[in-house]
Design a binder for this molecule. Structure first.
Ligand SMILES: *Cc1c(COP(=O)(O)O)cnc(C)c1O
Length: 496
């Protein structure tokens, strides 16, 4: 098998092995690690249609994580995709109104981040062993809600690791916040910051780039790594479920081998849709990649105009995990459409960080023809929830609803009737109030748990264990800090 090495999007620094890229998270020059080539699937689609999720995961991930042995990788996969998921299918498909909803929310924290974050800690500790790293790994994460809890759940109690999560104090749902602040595990630390997600993410990036801090930590036996979606250890496991979804459709006779499908992804940091793009480039028959945004429609504008411009008002929506103005993973796509040009990428990213915007070339725009971008406002999102519930009794969450609404626009715009998979990224029980309001069943007298019980009555789907658990759980984290204080907070927690 041909080795895949990982290089920075911003310079010609020496490429590193997969395990090193996973440990580092981000390249020292501030760039993201990208595979030096995208490997092709080496099994037929028919062969994939006979595999379960774990087998598919191995066949896909082995192509990227080429310095992991078969035993190491299979071991990581077995530890990740087990009974933590409430269905053996791991990522089941549900057909509703002519589209296939790929439910990526059956893991420990009922959002799609579990798909990657249940395996990342195992990839990381395996990578540390392989590289003879003795330091304790400190995971530093900025979250718009879902990553935080999924990362906490993944890393809590994992020996040789600590995890610090920063979230926007007023920018996550009550259930999301409760999930995080009730996290057990002496290696976990959760901090609310007075700012939005971009402030948290920028602050975390600054800490990663702080050489002085790095030195201080090294002396104390710590090293940083990232569980954010910029880590290739997040990206690679996300490719798996697109291959799996295609294979399931094939196995069920819904498509024929080689038939194209479209994919719709509710997008924030551009990690999930980038995984679909990689899957397509590995040879999976995907037609259009439909990028769905909420009112923070910076990506829609980018696809429409070729200019990425974050200078705009940040809008809080009912799909908070997509309330993002800097989609970090887009840098990997930029690099690719620039013809794997690190200088061009570095130039554009410098423009983004100084002036908040950049414009791609005409040639780069042409390379984006696989993508279609659109967005759904709050009313359209709520209407999508209501319609699916009324027409088929299927309840989707607000993020998935953005995708559903955008898919409707896509069909109207293009008349393209290709079979379509919609990434369903969270359980409706994670955003119960917004979902119930959209269904016309909300009530301000009811707390989130009462609403969850009512939703269960209406949808016939049991309240997930992840919600049951936090009903009575005590709050264990109540730290709040200013975005300027993040460094002090980290040092205090680590006792440096
Ligand atoms: C993180 C998240 C998204 C956005 O995914 P990206 O990979 O950041 O584009 C969408 N929906 C939900 C529920 C999420 O948690």
């Amino acid at each position: 098998m041909e080795e895949v090495l990982y290089k920075s999007t911003r310079s010609r620094k020496e490429p590193v092995k997969a395990s090193e890229a996973i440990l580092k998270g981000l390249s020292e020059d501030g760039g993201l690690f990208v595979p030096d080539h995208i490997p092709a699937l080496d099994k037929s689609l028919a062969a994939f249609s006979k595999m379960n999720y774990q087998e598919t995961a191995y066949e896909v991930m082995k192509l990227y994580l080429t310095d992991f042995t078969e035993e190491e990788l299979k071991n990581c996969i077995a530890k990740a995709y087990d009974e933590k998921f409430d269905t053996e299918a791991i990522a089941p498909l549900t057909e509703a109104e002519g589209a296939y909803y790929l439910e990526l929310f059956h893991g420990a924290t009922i959002a799609f981040k579990d798909m990657a974050l249940s395996i990342l800690p195992h990839l990381m500790t395996t990578a540390a062993k392989k590289n003879h790293v003795k330091d304790e790994i400190v995971i530093l994460t900025a979250t718009s809600g879902d990553t935080g809890k999924a990362a906490l759940a993944g890393f809590a109690g994992v020996e040789g690791t600590r995890i610090i999560v920063f979230y926007p104090k007023n920018g996550v749902s009550p259930i999301q916040e409760k999930q995080m602040v009730t996290q057990k595990g002496s290696n976990t630390y959760v901090v609310g910051i007075t700012g939005n997600f971009d402030d948290a993410q920028t602050g975390v990036k600054r800490l990663f780039g702080d050489r002085e801090l790095e030195k201080e930590l090294a002396e104390a036996g710590f090293r940083f790594s990232s569980a954010n979606s910029i880590n290739i250890g997040r990206l690679v496991p996300q490719i798996v479920y697109y291959v799996y979804a295609y294979a399931r459709l094939l196995a069920e006779g819904r498509i024929t081998e080689g038939e194209n499908i479209n994919v719709v992804v509710p997008t924030g940091n551009f990690g999930n849709i980038l995984a679909a793009f990689y899957a397509k480039n590995m040879g999976l028959p995907i037609g259009r990649l439909i990028c769905a945004s909420n009112d923070n429609k910076v990506l829609y504008d980018f696809f429409a105009t070729g200019t990425y411009d974050r200078n705009r008002e940040f809008v809080l929506t009912s799909s908070p995990s997509m309330d993002i103005l800097i989609s970090s993973n887009l840098e990997r796509l930029i690099y690719r459409i620039a013809g794997n040009d690190e200088e061009k990428t570095a130039e554009l990213m410098a423009a983004l960080s100084s002036g908040g915007k950049y414009e791609i070339t005409q040639q780069m725009r042409e390379a984006l023809s696989d993508f279609y971008g659109n967005y759904a406002g709050e009313e359209e999102t709520a209407a999508a929830i209501k319609k699916l519930y009324t027409d088929c009794g299927y309840v989707i969450d607000t993020h998935t609803a953005v995708a559903s609404a955008v898919y409707g626009k896509y069909k109207t715009d293009t008349q393209d009737m290709t079979k379509t998979v919609i990434a369903s990224t969270a359980s409706p029980y994670k955003f119960t109030r917004s979902v119930m309001d959209a269904m016309g069943e909300g009530s301000s007298d009811m707390d989130d748990f009462a609403l969850a019980d009512a939703l269960s009555g209406l949808s016939g789907v049991a309240v997930p264990a992840a919600v049951e658990e936090i009903r009575t759980a005590p709050v264990l984290h109540n730290h709040v800090c200013d975005k300027e204080e993040m460094k002090e907070v980290v040092k205090k927690f680590l006792g440096v």
